[in-house]
Write a protein that binds this ligand. Structure first.
Ligand code: ADP
Length: 304
């Protein structure tokens, strides 16, 4: 198969590994920078064009693997949609990526399907600060900027007073944010479940550095293999399914009342998980594409 990997940078670990794995399994991989693509939007033959080996040509692939960064979601998913309407198979469809990138929408969809999450309230410029704090059971609580990545916009307020000041500060930023119950018993750890199809193919526990509650590897957290309980596996697979994602990184935390989903990522990195578990995740993704693409393109999974 000709497999297009939609990625801005062919040197990135995940992109390199997908190229390698595709070659190993006898396919022809092609790294496509979505921002360098243009789309010819016509009713009969929608096409994508890009400069390939120095020449602008129509991109002709059988399947695509989207690795679209959060900062280019809009244009990236538009290019992906163009492939989809042109009949090209995509592992993770544009609609599912859009769903998972909008954290509020993702939370609403997961909640509607009964997927367990920490108690969460969303706000923009509320002046009902006390109520908002009470709605998640009071301090300690977490305030998160919606666009947060790598734990940057995630703050812990240990007292109601601190929570109030934080919420007031967020309000003045004119940004969407969420207020969430703090799961203290998680002890600064979370679990990344790597879901492919309807299976968790690998999982790692990430532990926060000393004095930190955020376990992001970018914040000095460390990773190790973890054995999942059956209910954790089932929850991760269900969360990916609700979002309609074939490939997803589902982050869970272990609370006193069972596992809770904190995030579903549509472009989960391969480096941390392959290094922590020693598994060939890229190979599993390619294998999944071989099988799933036989069912044909354009069967949107998930709803909403
Ligand atoms: P980001 O998307 O910026 O990484 P997350 O929501 O994943 O933000 O939060 C970053 C980290 O903070 C998580 O990996 C987890 O360790 C910790 N964390 C997030 N939410 C909670 C919570 N409700 N209770 C306890 N710890 C949390």
């Amino acid at each position: 198969m000709k497999i297009g990997i939609l990625s801005r940078n062919s040197k990135l670990y995940s992109t390199r590994r997908l190229v390698e794995a595709a070659k190993e399994r006898g396919h022809e991989p092609l790294v496509i920078d979505v921002l360098k693509c243009y789309m010819n939007i016509t009713a009969n033959r929608p096409t994508v064009h890009s400069k390939i080996q120095g020449e602008v040509t129509q991109v002709d692939v059988d399947a695509v693997i989207p690795r679209i960064g959060a900062s280019i979601t809009a244009y990236g998913t538009a290019v992906l949609r163009q492939f989809e309407v042109g009949g090209v198979y995509s592992v993770n469809e544009s609609i599912a990526i859009t769903r998972s990138r909008d954290k509020l929408r993702a939370h609403q969809l997961l909640a509607r399907k009964g997927v367990g999450m920490p108690i969460t309230s969303y706000a923009h410029s509320v002046d009902a600060t006390e109520d908002l704090i009470a709605s998640v059971g009071g301090a300690p609580l977490i305030v998160k900027v919606i666009e947060s990545t790598h734990g940057n916009g995630v703050v812990l307020a240990e007292t109601n007073k601190a929570a109030e000041s934080l919420i007031n500060a967020f309000r003045s930023l004119d940004a969407d944010f969420l207020v969430q119950e703090f799961i203290k018993e998680a002890g600064g750890s979370d679990i990344r479940c790597f879901v492919v199809g309807d299976r968790v193919i690998a999982a790692m526990q990430r532990n926060a550095a000393e004095g930190e509650f955020r376990s992001n590897l970018h914040r000095g957290g460390s990773a190790q293999v973890v054995k999942l309980k059956p209910e954790e596996r089932a929850l991760a697979v269900r969360a990916a399914k609700v979002m309609g994602l074939d490939v997803a990184g589902v982050d869970l935390i272990r609370s006193a009342h069972g596992p809770l989903v904190i995030e579903v990522n549509s472009s989960p990195g391969l480096e941390g998980i392959e290094k922590a578990t020693g598994k060939d995740i890229a190979g599993s993704i390619i294998q999944y594409i071989e099988k799933d693409s036989k069912k044909g393109p354009n069967k949107p999974k998930g709803k909403g």
